[in-house]
Every structure is written in structure tokens, then in C-alpha cells.
Design a protein. Structure first.
Length: 534
């Protein structure tokens, strides 16, 4: 009874709208028309309020719509049918079929229990499509993403008022091209599945200069799934075929060296299980639903952590791209996932050493030798540099060390010559680095969590290009001052730190990347568990 009393109080405070009772059911017609507030309810209305009281979305909807049903009565047949058809498509979104308890979607709805059961399914479906099945932070604390959902009670209202409820639910599904490409690739990986009647590729290592019938079989299999190469000699492994092999390897998540080795041949012969690819796509679809509230058509910076890349996107098109180095695989150094806005480009930045680095890495070295890491100043709470001979480092621990550490702007500063600031509680930002050799590595998870940029000056120019006709000169003037200079971005540029191990190229081909932090497995398991919670 506590839930009902709480819900009744909410109704009284908000001013419940009137509903004309039906003689048989004691509930208003399923129309959603507002009327004057009232304080007296029929037994059926009270039963509906009590049944919906434990669901905030339903409580908000019924409480502000006069306890009018959504699915009860013959006039609601279109809504019942639309919901049944929508939840049947769950597997096409990578959502387990059992997520919605479709057995509750019966024909005629004649009682409060069935009305609320269907409304719960509707609310769950609306939440899933507009913000995902799983709460991001429940998967891993380093997934900091905040989901921007519209109010679900408002969506229920819009659904109830829609002249075509099936079209309303269809339009509610994510329509971003990347989401649609992932959907197309989902069912068993058919996008890369080779017809079984083609001749198998013989085992071996096939590379440029090789010849034989095996090369012809390789060509046939690549051609069957859209990776054709111009043919001069069908049995010759030429440069064009090597390029086609490399494109297939990238799409299949293999090293794209253009050499058809044992692993590539097993994939093309259909001897590799597709579970890993399908799971990566299921997880990617969920991550895209998390971002349903973000305007991904607007100009933004997109940093895909497992891909080790940063891009500027405008209207769905890449206008700038660079390699990046991200946080290392140790859990306390991994780059978190979240969205924010880049507000400043900072030339000649000073490096305020994060406390975790100060006390874990530098304090033990200072205790052994007060002159260690001499290129970094020790400063007090007011930012004043303190002489090391005035400090007894041995008396402090990681918990009570009262000083900070700061590196002056210089060519060998840990942040290089430019950083890109989007203020956030985790002190994560993009920056230059003097350690350039790491950008040549295939695996680029080496930082303490921030994102090192391979082409930082070019990124600065690209970000400043919307506010000046000569962004290179604007940035160079700031750089030439030799001191820390903050250039305000007008307007700020959204930045999305994301984690996609499967994502489509511009042509829709799904590319695969290593699950460097192991987050995919956690999210996939959470999605499957959510499918059992019907």
C-alpha cells in the first residue's frame, strides 16, 4: 500500500485530470484528452494507479493524463498491434528477444493488469530505443557517459496521440547511418559470409607475385562479397588483388597487410566462428543507442579509443583525422568514455601533474633523491615554487603529501606545445606530446588516460578555422609568445570519447578493432542479462 499512497499523493500534488468513467470498466476511454482536476477516483482507476505506482514513467504518464488507459478497448487496437510488431524486431537491434515479455501482448485488453503490463513493455521499449538497454556506469565505472533521453511519459503521450502508432515507433528507432550499417551487418555476419558453393582457397601464404588456381579461388571469394579486384590474369596475385585482400582484412578485423595468410584464408573459407564479430556489433548498437540524444550531424570531435584515432566530423563527413595514443590497459590509466565540449586551445601549456602521478610515481623518487625529476617544479597550494632543499620528502606519504608538481612550458613538456581543454571531473583532455615514436605503433595504449594527438598543430588549426580566416597565423601568434596562452573556441566544439570495436567506414563496411580494455565482454554480458529481465 505504500507505493499506492505515494502515487496518490503525487496525483493530488500535480492535479490529476478528469476522466469520465466507462460503465463497464470504470476507466476513461483510451484517448488522452485532458480535463479539469478532480480528487475522486473509481475503484478501477485506483487499481490502475496502484498497479503503475512502482514505475516512475507510468506513474508520471497516468498521473498527468487522468488515469486514462493506452491499450484498453477496441479503439486501441492499432496501438497494441504497433507495439507487438515493434518489440518483435528487437533481435534486429541486438536486443535479446526475451527483453519485452511479448507473451503479455495479447489481443483485447480488458483489465487493469493487462493494461499496465503492456504499458510497462511500451515504456521499456521507449527507454531502450532512446538511450539503451543498459545503464553505462553499471558496466564499468570508467564509462562515464550520460544518456540524454527525452521524458518517457511524454513519449507515451505522443504514442497514444499518434495517428499512425507503428510509424511513431519506427521513427523513434535510431536512424544514424552508422547504426543502420551495424544493423545490416548484424545477422550472423552475412555481410562477409562467402557462398558455400565456391571453390575453397588452398592453405598457404598467398602474396604479391604468387600464381596458381588458389589465387583464382581467392579472387572468386573476394568478388562474391564485394571486394573485387581488376583482373588481368586470374591466377596472378598482383597489386590490385593485394589491395582487395587488405580491404577485406580491415573489414574482418584482421591486420590489413594484403597478404592472404592462414587466418585470412580460414575467414574466407568460412572456417572461423562469427560469434566475436556479432558480439562486437551487438555492443556497438547499444553504444549508439546511448548516444541517441547527441547531435552527431553537428560538427564534433570523435575519438574512438580502440581505433586509436581522432576525427573532426561535419554533417556525417570526416574533415580531419589523426592518430592518437590513449590510456594504457591498467584500469586506473584507461581513458574513460564520455562527451563534453572543447572550450579552449592552449598554446605552450604548463603541465599540472595529476596527484595520482605525483604521489605514486614521483614522490618515491624524490624520497630517494630530492633532485630527481628536476625538470618539474614542486609548488605549494598557492602555486609558488618551493625549493627542494626546504622539503623533507621522507616525512610524507601519498595520503598527506601537501605539494603539487608542475612542469613549465617547453619543447619537452609532457603536454608538448598545445592542449585542448574540455573541463571535466576526470582531468582528461587532448594534447601534444614530445614522445612521437609511439604513433608508429599498431597498439597505442600508453598514456595515463589523456589522449595524445599525432598531428596537434593541424587539429588546432582545424578547430580554430570557424572563427578566423587564418587559423594558422592565429595559433602561431599564441605559440610565439612562449608562455601559456588560452584561445577560446567560439562556439565550443562537442567532443565524444567513444569505445567502438566495430564501426562502419564511410561506405558502410564494418571495421573491427581490438577490445583493448575488455569492456565489450562486460557490456555484452549485461545486455544478455537485461534480456532475462522481462
Amino acid at each position: 500500500m505504500y507505493g499506492f499512497r505515494l502515487f496518490a499523493a503525487i496525483l493530488l500534488i500535480s492535479g490529476v485530470q478528469s476522466a469520465v468513467a466507462q460503465p463497464q470498466a470504470g476507466l476513461a476511454p483510451s484517448v488522452g484528452v485532458a480535463a479539469a482536476p478532480r480528487l475522486h477516483f473509481t475503484p478501477a482507476e485506483m487499481a490502475l494507479a496502484q498497479a503503475a505506482a512502482d514505475n516512475p514513467d507510468l506513474a508520471a504518464y497516468y498521473g498527468t493524463h487522468g488515469l486514462q488507459p493506452v491499450f484498453m478497448g477496441p479503439q486501441a487496437a492499432l496501438r497494441r498491434d504497433a507495439l507487438a510488431r515493434a518489440v518483435a524486431t528487437a533481435p534486429a537491434h541486438g536486443i535479446p528477444a526475451g527483453r519485452y515479455g511479448a507473451a503479455a501482448l495479447s489481443g483485447e485488453v480488458r483489465d487493469v493488469a493487462t493494461e499496465v503490463a503492456q504499458a510497462r513493455i511500451l515504456a521499456r521499449y521507449l527507454r531502450d530505443m532512446t538511450g539503451g538497454v543498459v545503464r553505462p556506469a553499471s558496466v564499468d565505472p570508467l564509462i562515464k557517459r550520460e544518456v540524454k533521453r527525452p521524458p518517457i511519459d511524454r513519449l507515451i503521450h505522443d504514442f497514444a496521440q499518434a495517428s499512425d502508432p507503428a510509424r511513431f515507433l519506427l521513427d523513434l528507432q535510431p536512424r544514424h547511418p552508422a547504426y543502420l550499417a551495424l544493423q545490416r551487418a548484424l545477422p550472423g555476419g552475412e555481410a562477409l559470409a562467402v557462398p558455400a558453393n565456391l571453390p575453397r582457397i588452398p592453405e598457404g601464404i598467398w602474396r604479391t607475385g604468387a600464381r596458381g588456381e588458389g589465387v583464382a579461388a581467392l579472387r572468386a571469394r573476394l568478388d562474391s562479397i564485394g571486394f573485387a579486384a581488376p583482373v588481368t590474369d586470374p591466377q596472378a596475385y598482383d597489386a590490385a588483388l593485394a589491395d582487395a585482400v587488405a580491404r577485406y582484412q580491415a573489414a574482418a578485423g584482421l591486420p590489413s597487410d594484403g597478404v592472404a595468410g592462414p587466418k585470412t584464408i580460414r575467414h574466407l573459407n568460412g572456417d572461423m566462428p562469427d560469434d566475436a564479430r556479432s558480439r562486437a556489433i551487438v555492443v556497438a548498437l547499444e553504444r549508439m543507442r546511448w548516444m541517441a540524444g547527441e547531435d552527431l550531424d553537428a560538427r564534433h570531435v570523435w575519438v574512438n579509443i580502440p581505433e586509436y584515432t581522432a576525427r573532426i566530423m561535419e554533417g556525417g563527413t570526416q574533415v580531419f583525422g589523426t592518430r592518437v595514443v590513449v590510456g594504457s590497459t591498467e584500469h586506473d590509466r584507461q581513458t574513460p568514455e564520455f562527451s563534453d565540449q572543447i572550450e579552449y586551445v592552449v598554446a605552450n601549456p604548463r603541465w599540472n601533474v595529476p596527484r595520482s602521478i605525483t604521489v605514486k610515481e614521483y614522490l618515491p623518487r624524490l624520497q630517494a633523491n630530492r633532485h630527481a625529476v628536476s625538470h618539474i617544479d614542486v609548488v605549494d597550494g598557492n602555486g609558488n615554487v618551493i625549493g627542494r632543499d626546504r622539503i623533507d620528502f621522507g616525512r610524507y606519504t601519498a595520503a598527506n603529501f601537501p605539494y603539487r608538481m608542475r612542469q613549465k612550458a617547453s619543447d619537452d613538456n609532457a603536454l608538448g606545445l598545445v592542449k585542448f581543454i574540455f573541463p571535466n571531473p576526470w582531468n582528461i583532455y587532448l594534447h601534444d606530446t614530445p614522445t612521437k615514436h609511439l604513433f608508429g605503433n599498431a597498439m597505442r595504449a600508453h598514456s595515463h588516460g589523456c589522449i595524445r594527438i599525432g598531428d596537434p598543430f593541424d587539429l588546432a588549426h582545424a578547430l580554430l578555422s570557424k572563427q578566423t580566416d587564418d587559423p594558422q597565423a592565429m595559433f602561431q601568434r599564441a605559440l610565439d609568445r612562449g608562455k601559456e596562452t588560452w584561445l577560446k573556441l567560439t562556439p565550443p566544439v562537442p567532443v565524444h570519447l567513444v569505445y567502438f570495436t566495430a564501426f562502419p567506414d564511410a561506405d558502410g563496411t564494418i571495421r573491427r578493432f581490438e577490445d583493448v580494455y575488455g569492456r565489450d565482454a562486460l557490456l555484452y554480458d549485461a545486455i544478455q542479462k537485461a534480456g532475462l529481465d522481462s
